[in-house]
Design a protein around this ligand. Structure first.
Ligand code: BG6
Length: 466
């Protein structure tokens, strides 16, 4: 209701759905088409400007259908209902979008195939998390791969649909000035942050088994890292870009055993003021002993073992209940080799994904004045919202458009997902073996002390708003 249907509505409004396109929701809900349309009409309105175009909204509602299917259940009648709706449309594209728990992916595909609904023009979209470790991810990939070809499988990571992320490739590879200095000679370190103010109310069932490492780092943060660090691909095509991304994941230095204590930090938020702690979040199943070990914050010092990046730390950080909502990639350049002015500070490039998508290059400038030369860091700033009059599309809009067009460039290939788990699993093992609980941090703060020490040890600090 909040992301997918609004994105489909915008695709419709922008003329990217053919007149014959239908959206068939499948759930165990036992809804009729009319019930489902009524529910969407009531709930999606808050997220789209329906009143700007009432007839367009009616047209969109008219595309919606609902079929009740219980995947893995004894009653297979729902599959017949779906087959009846799709009959006679075998020559059209079919996109099966699975926004359901990963354990249902395999059974869903098998039942779909058994009902004869998989055609050569079918595609399947898998929402993260793709498993909870490497073996479970491989199992899901095998199960889905037994029914669909890899070219038909779209593993979605909505961070890849964000404008700034795509702009990162344009910035790096359509401009001449950055690439010569995009390496360990000129870059001191990189920080990738995804900070959220939200907690996990009502999500304990999921989050207790996920934690920040699986929920955010394995996918979103590692995707940002690969795009920042990858070598220039020879072509702007699906395989060339994904080939380069996989190489970065394969070059990550493993963090295992006692090294996890030096290179990773785990935190869990505690209650502060009106904000509840993780263990007291309302609307959840009651906390268990295991809940106390779940990290709602993590910071990691990653290293990429290749010529370009040797010796350049990539610091990753994500957390719930931080004081601000901000996702960004910060590339911190080294200081000038020889300074002739007092008070300078090194250049910094900030690629902001949210709240406002944009790019800022912090350079040193002279403060106007006749006396002593005084330096001041000033941003050369590009705000997408202010610079371009086009509406900045939501990540899901871009990604759904690509699925409909059959373009998988911004989706994770099987080997990418598995390479990411290969790096994550030893960290999870080390944490499991460690009797210590995550470090507490009060809700509304920037994470536990350990996160600041992780950088402080080498004289660095996390980038905070100036
Ligand atoms: C999801 C995670 O993938 O990304 C959530 O499961 C998280 O826990 C969300 O809140 C963050 O997305 P965004 O686009 O708001 O940064």
């Amino acid at each position: 209701m909040r992301k997918l249907l609004p994105a489909l509505y915008h695709c419709d409004r922008d003329g990217r759905l053919s007149p014959a396109t239908r959206v068939i929701a499948m759930s165990r809900g036992g809804l009729t088409d009319a019930d489902f349309r009524g529910k969407v009409d009531a709930e999606v309105r808050a997220f789209v400007p329906v009143d700007d175009d009432p007839s367009g909204w009616e047209r969109f509602l008219g595309r919606l259908h609902h079929v009740s299917v219980d995947v893995g259940g004894a009653d297979g009648s729902g599959w017949h209902d779906l087959a009846a709706l799709l009959a006679g449309h075998e020559d059209r594209d079919r996109v099966f979008y699975l926004a359901s728990p990963p354990r249902t992916f395999g059974p869903f595909c098998r039942e779909l195939a058994a009902a004869g609904l998989v055609t050569p023009r079918s595609r399947v979209v898998l929402e993260k998390p793709l498993g909870h470790d490497l073996p479970s991810a491989q199992r899901i990939n095998d199960e889905v791969g037994a029914i669909f070809d890899e070219r038909q499988i779209f593993r979605i990571d909505h961070y890849l649909g964000k404008e700034t992320v795509q702009n990162l490739l344009v910035l790096r590879f359509a401009n001449a000035f950055l690439e010569p200095i995009w390496n360990s000679l000129w870059i001191d370190h990189v920080q990738i942050t995804a900070a959220e103010t939200v907690g996990t109310p009502g999500r304990r069932g999921y989050y207790d088994h996920a934690g920040a490492l699986r929920d955010m780092v394995q996918n979103h943060l590692l995707q940002l890292l690969t795009l920042t660090a990858m070598e220039p691909p020879a072509r702007n095509d699906r395989e060339a870009i994904r080939d380069e991304k996989v190489k970065v994941l394969q070059a990550l230095r493993p963090i295992a055993g006692t090294e996890a204590g030096r290179f990773t930090v785990r935190g869990q938020y505690t209650g502060a003021g009106d904000l509840p702690g993780y263990l007291d979040e309302p609307g959840s199943t009651p906390p268990t002993e295991g809940s106390r070990r779940v990290e709602t914050f993590t910071a990691i010092r990653a290293e990429i073992r290749n010529w370009r990046w040797a010796g350049v730390p990539f610091y990753l950080r994500t957390g719930k209940r931080m004081p601000y909502r901000r996702s960004e990639i910060v590339v911190q350049f080294k200081d000038v080799p020889h300074s002739i002015f007092p008070g300078g500070s090194p250049n910094r490039l900030v690629l902001r994904l949210q709240p406002e998508e944009g790019i800022e290059l912090h350079i040193m400038a002279k403060e106007p004045g006749a006396g002593e030369v005084t330096l001041k860091p000033v941003p050369l700033a590009l705000s997408f919202g202010k610079t371009f009059s086009n509406r900045v599309p939501e990540a899901y809009e871009r990604l759904l458009t690509d699925v409909l067009a059959g373009n998988p460039t911004l989706f994770m290939r099987r080997d990418e997902v598995e390479a990411a788990w290969r790096w994550i699993d030893p960290i999870l093992d080390a944490w499991r073996a460690d009797p210590a609980l995550p470090e507490p941090y009060p809700a509304g703060t920037t994470g536990p002390a350990g996160a600041h020490e992780l950088l402080g040890r080498s004289g660095r600090a996390w980038h905070e708003e100036e």
